[in-house]
Design a protein around this ligand. Structure first.
Ligand code: SF4
Ligand code: SF4
Length: 71
């Protein structure tokens, strides 16, 4: 059961992969189908039900595009 929810402002994602690398649950990934307005494959959550709401992804994002809501 999820303990948190993440929201992304995907059009500002530069696909640097930092949040993917540091998520302790390994549940983030770049969307290989979608292209955002910057021309990158943006961040997406692969298994939302496993999110703990720890907030590490939001801390790591240099562009502050991730919001975490703790449940
Ligand atoms: S809040 Fe924590 S568990 Fe959820 S996606 Fe971000 S880093 Fe991963
Ligand atoms: S850290 Fe931010 S800019 Fe980098 S891939 Fe994650 S959401 Fe996108």
């Amino acid at each position: 059961m999820a303990k948190g929810r993440v929201y992304f402002h995907i059009d500002q994602c530069k696909a640097c992969g930092l949040c993917v690398k540091f998520c302790p649950k390994g549940i983030l990934g770049l969307d290989e189908i979608v292209l955002n307005t910057l021309g990158y494959h943006p961040i997406s959550i692969l298994r939302a039900e496993e999110c703990s709401g720890c907030g590490i992804c939001a801390l790591m994002c240099p562009d502050l595009i991730i919001e975490v809501e703790k449940e």
